[in-house]
Every structure is written in structure tokens, then in C-alpha cells.
Design a protein around this ligand. Structure first.
Ligand code: PLP
Length: 385
């Protein structure tokens, strides 16, 4: 069979491959971006699940925009009047955005390293990604402005809260400055925020979209605070954009499954939902603390990392050695981690000094052993120091 050019060029996701290795017995996986299985709020939707069979209307075709009660719930919690569209995870929102707004050859800005799933969508659509460097307070604003000044940028794809893979959060000043720049140059901002609710320390900051709602598209995921397996996410944006995205969604899959939307709606409106979020944040804070302590105690000067205040990831910089080699050796010691190179487009200068460690899906007591395995994978480097 002759495949389309963009399909041929789509790389197999390193993470998907490593996740299959991660299922081997005795493997400790810090590779995926999975929520803690033990903290999934199954009890909060048990009654809704049990009553599904009594509600046959939920098994009919539905609206492309989404299940009415879920749309109402989202609208009630919105700070803007922008309408919502329910998607199959926020991943589908990225695909719909690309199809609604971008032509092959168009340019988008993305912070590097970047969320792999977004890079795949851009690659599949033949989009050129302009890499934006970032630091602990957010993207390099001078570089951002020089891209915007060039005049060929269609949109800026951003993850301002607990970035995947770096765990970084943009400062308030950066948020305001980015909104101002997008306004000045008339460039669409895509704000992807699946980890926003997972803050376990520090203050919650405004979204960037609140500062420029007329040209922002905000993505919401229920995978990290609810259930990734249900594949429900959403996006809001200017009404003309949502109308076009809804037509594309209709042509793609008609609509997202109604029973799973009903389950998410029940979860969000459950009287114990906010307690669930508190439990989740505490659980992740404890995991992060165990990981951070183990890294400092066992690896010392061999690694560096910035503290994180939420989310699911630590971005670990190796002071020596190649992170792809270390990740491969770690697998032999039954530890799965993702090397930094996986978060860059294939044709870009590769990151080879960092690893992404996920801490949400490992039980706290396992971190000393996980870091011990990482120490063994780093051993040859320690010997050459
Ligand atoms: C930054 C980012 N955006 C989007 C997604 C996709 O999430 P969903 O499960 O809602 O499709 C992920 C998943 O890990 C992510 O990290």
C-alpha cells in the first residue's frame, strides 16, 4: 500500500514503545504520564455507572458539540463567554485545531522540549514547528517576539501550568507579557492545561487565556483529574472557531460517546469532587517528595532538577553522560524513564542530557528502589567522572 507522505513520516512514539516494555514483570515505570491507578475516582461515578442501563437515551446518537449537561457544567465554571466543544480527550482538540486553522507548511511556535502528542499532530499535518526556548519562569519572550515579528506564525502552542515534560510553570509576568504579544501581533494562543488542577504547592495563577480571550483556545482534559480511559476532554474558544471545529468533529467521528460524557459530568458535579482533588494533590505531593528525597540522597551531584509545585513530572538533567544511553541501561535494570530526545521533533538538535521522570503513577514506597536502579544505570558515568 502507498501511504500518504505525512503518514509515512510520522515516527512511532518512543513513549508508546517504552510503555509496552514498562508492562514487563518487576519493571518500575516512571515513563508514562499516567495518573495513579489507586487514586482514580471510581467510587464517585459508581452510582452513575450502575444507572446507565436505566437511561437508554444516553446510548442514542447525540450532538457533535457535546452532552448538554456537561457543556452547561463547563460553561458555569468558565471565566469567559467562549463556547465549549467536547472532544475525545484534549488530544483530539489538538487535531481539530490543526485541521481548522493550519495548512501544510504553516508555522507554529512551541516551547522546547514539547509535549510529544502535539508534535505528532503538527507532523501529521505537515506543520513547521518553530522551537521556543524556555527557562523556569516560562518561554524566552525576546525569541517569542522575534518569531511573531517575522509575520508567518499561525499560532503559539503553550503548556503554561506544569509543562510536559519539564514541570515548569509560567510566572504571572510572563503570562501577561505573552497575552500582550499575541494581541499585538494578532496570533492565536493555544493554552493546553491538563495539569493545571494538580497544583500541590504555591499559588494558583490566572490562565493566559483570561488575558486574551478573543484569540485564545483553551484545552481541558479530564484524564488527569478523572479517567484517561474514558477519553473525554474539551476546548473553548471564539464562537466562529468552535463552530468550524464542531463541523470538523462531526465529519471525523460525529460526537464523543455520551455515556462517558455523562460519567464525567457526574464526576464534576459530585459533592465529593473537590475532596477527590485534594486527595489527588496530596497523593502527588507525597510521591514527588519521596522521589525528590531519593534523588538527592542517592544521586547527589550526578543530576540536577528544579523543584516542582504540581503536575506529574520532574525534568532531570544529568551532569554528564547521554540520557538516551542511560534510559536504555535503566530498562535493563527494570526501570522505564523517557530520555529528553523524545520531546523534540526528529529533525531538531537533540537533547541528550535530560530524562523525564513521572512520579504520579509510582507508589511512594517504591521511589528509593526506582532511584537505586537509576543510580545503577548511571554507574558507568560515575566511574568516568
Ligand atoms: C500537555 C498535554 N496535552 C494533552 C494531552 C492529552 O491528554 P488527553 O488524555 O486529554 O487526550 C496530554 C497527555 O498526557 C498532555 O500531557
Amino acid at each position: 500500500m502507498k501511504f500518504a507522505r505525512n503518514a509515512q513520516s510520522l515516527d512511532a512514539s518512543y513513549i508508546r514503545e517504552i510503555l509496552s516494555a514498562a508492562n514487563q514483570p518487576e519493571m518500575i515505570s516512571m515513563a508514562g504520564g499516567l495518573p495513579a491507578s489507586s487514586l482514580l475516582p471510581v467510587e464517585l461515578v459508581r452510582a452513575t455507572c450502575e444507572s446507565l442501563a436505566d437511561n437508554s437515551h444516553l446510548f442514542q446518537y447525540g450532538n457533535s458539540q457535546g452532552f448538554g449537561p456537561l457543556l452547561d457544567t463547563l460553561q458555569r465554571s468558565s471565566k469567559t463567554q467562549n463556547p465549549w466543544l467536547i472532544c475525545n480527550g484534549s488530544q483530539q482538540a489538538l487535531d481539530l485545531i490543526a485541521r481548522a486553522l493550519l495548512e501544510p507548511g504553516d508555522q507554529v511556535i512551541a516551547e522546547m522540549p514539547a509535549y510529544l502528542g502535539a508534535l505528532q499532530v503538527f507532523q501529521l499535518s505537515g506543520i513547521k514547528v518553530c522551537p521556543l526556548m524556555s527557562s523556569t519562569s516560562g518561554p524566552d519572550l525576546d525569541q517569542l517576539e522575534s518569531y511573531l515579528k517575522g509575520g508567518n506564525i499561525k499560532l503559539f502552542y503553550s503548556v503554561p501550568d506544569f509543562h510536559n515534560p519539564t514541570g515548569r510553570v509560567w510566572s504571572t509576568e510572563t503570562r501577561i507579557a505573552v497575552a500582550k504579544l499575541c494581541r499585538h501581533y494578532g496570533v492565536t494562543l493555544v493554552e493546553d492545561a491538563p495539569y493545571r488542577e494538580l497544583r500541590f504547592a504555591g499559588e494558583q495563577l490566572d490562565t493566559v487565556s483570561e488575558h486574551c480571550p478573543e484569540l485564545s483556545i483553551s484545552l481541558k482534559s479530564f484524564s488527569k483529574i478523572g479517567f484517561p480511559g474514558l477519553r473525554v476532554g474539551a476546548m473553548s474558544g471564539p464562537a466562529d472557531f468552535i463552530a468550524v471545529a464542531e463541523r470538523i468533529k462531526q465529519a471525523t467521528d460525529l460526537h464523543t460517546g455520551i455515556p462517558q460524557q455523562a460519567m464525567i459530568e457526574a464526576l464534576l458535579n459530585h459533592p465529593e469532587f473537590s475532596e477527590h482533588l485534594t486527595r489527588l494533590r496530596q497523593g502527588y505531593q507525597s510521591r514527588y517528595q519521596h522521589l525528590s528525597d531519593a534523588l538527592q540522597q542517592q544521586l547527589g551531584d550526578l543530576v540536577q532538577f528544579d523543584t516542582v509545585e504540581g503536575g506529574m513530572f520532574v525534568w532531570l538533567t544529568l551532569t554528564q553522560g547521554n540520557s538516551s544511553d542511560v534510559a536504555a541501561r535503566a530498562l535493563q535494570h527494570k526501570l522505564a524513564v523517557v530520555p529528553g530526545a523524545a520531546f523534540y521533533p526528529a529533525d531538531m538538535a537533540l537533547e541528550n542530557s535530560a530524562l523525564r521522570l513521572n512520579f504520579s503513577n509510582t507508589e511512594p514506597a517504591l521511589f528509593p528502589e526506582a532511584v537505586n536502579r537509576l543510580a545503577q544505570a548511571l554507574q558507568p558515568m560515575a566511574l568516568t567522572a
